[in-house]
Design a protein around this ligand. Structure first.
Ligand code: Q9C
Ligand code: ZN
Length: 346
């Protein structure tokens, strides 16, 4: 299997995030990509290639122009605002335009951070834009390969993307890599693309980007938002709107779900994708469903990732696979290798 990887994904290195009111080391860290890269390098049948260092055209079709401008310039503005040069701490938003306020975009950088964020859990760092762009470029190049006839390609993306909406960052995500891959497949000639999101968390960004579109089916299998982040999207009654009515499918699962419950949802997901008539698949694959993951309540084992990959491959569709979450860093390389090998072996 083709692997799109660039060291650009290692630049974004958040220091810390908040947990229960105190700061802990950031879970979404460069070591995640390093361990996946090393596991695939040592594994069988993975062929590495670097994506081009250019901005993928699909980026501007799934994200707002003003949001992209903000992301690209946020760090130097934040640095100037803080006035501590190279010692500038990571940027966090501290207020949100909730229902009692209005959504007029402020001019100050700290106000804009709040305008473009969905949570305080996503440190914006000196390298956030560079790594997010490297990831989006990897996803787009993987899509080009698949559009050009390769059976499957894996984009080793980090930071992840599925919580990022057209104009919002959050959930460790800045640019929606899966959406970029899907849009690239469409732009290369596919009429219909399906996105299957297997991260532990609901991919709210991906759903919202395509919610009113009929050309992309978005299917999510995830922890029920009644008890889990992102809390405000991912319910079973969300089915899409306008031309996208019927092209959103949410399969929320209970706390503690193991392989049997998960496999049942996966069957339903695959049946929907087959019925939609997709010509290509984007697998938005997070490995935080793992039984050893610090963010997960699910009980998915390494062998189960191989079964997951096998089932997704069984759809028989040209597939772009992008990496989403997975925070049991020491186990992440082996888990990704197992999943991709399961896919390739099917
Ligand atoms: N105390 C992805 O997996 N914060 N994002 C959880 C737990 C949000 C995860 C806080 C987790 C977002 C791509
Ligand atoms: Zn996740």
């Amino acid at each position: 299997m083709r692997v799109l990887y660039t060291p650009g994904v290692l630049i974004h290195a958040p220091r810390s995030e908040m947990k229960h009111g105190t700061m802990i080391p950031a879970r979404e860290c460069p070591a995640r990509a390093v361990i996946v890269r090393d596991a695939l390098t040592q594994g069988q049948g993975f062929h590495f290639e670097e994506p081009p260092g250019t901005v993928p055209p699909a980026l501007g079709r799934v994200h707002d122009r003003d949001y992209l401008e903000f992301l690209q310039t946020a760090w130097p503005r934040w640095q100037a605002h803080i006035g501590q040069g190279d010692d500038t701490p990571d940027a966090f938003p501290l207020i949100f335009p909730v229902r009692t306020l209005n959504e007029t975009r402020p001019k100050a950088i700290d106000g804009e951070l709040s305008y473009y964020a969905m949570d305080t859990g996503t440190p914006l760092t000196a390298g956030a834009w560079e790594s997010a762009l490297a990831s989006a470029s990897s996803a787009a190049e993987a899509a080009h390969r698949v559009a050009g006839g390769e059976r499957a390609a894996f984009a080793l993306t980090r930071p992840p993307g599925h919580h990022a909406a057209a104009g919002k960052f959050g959930g460790y995500c800045f640019l929606n890599n899966a959406a970029v891959a899907a849009q690239t497949l469409l732009d290369a000639g596919a009429d219909k693309v399906a996105i299957l999101d297997l991260d532990y968390h609901h991919g709210n960004g991906t759903q919202s980007i395509f919610q009113a579109r009929g050309d992309v089916l978005v299917v999510n299998i995830h922890a029920d938002p009644d008890f889990e982040f992102p809390f405000f999207l991912g319910r079973a009654d969300e089915t899409g709107e306008g031309p996208g009515e019927g092209a959103t499918l949410n399969l929320p699962l209970a706390r503690g779900t193991g392989w049997s419950g998960y496999a049942e949802a996966l069957e339903r997901a695959c049946a929907a994708i087959a019925a939609f008539g997709a010509e290509a698949l984007v697998l938005s694959w997070g490995f935080d469903t793992y039984e050893g993951d610090p963010l997960s309540t699910f009980k998915i084992a390494r062998d189960d990732f191989a079964r997951m990959g096998e089932r997704a491959a069984g759809l028989g569709l040209p597939s772009v696979i992008v990496l989403e979450g997975g925070y049991a860093t020491a186990s992440l390389g082996g888990n990704v290798a197992a999943g991709l090998s399961g896919f390739a072996g099917a």
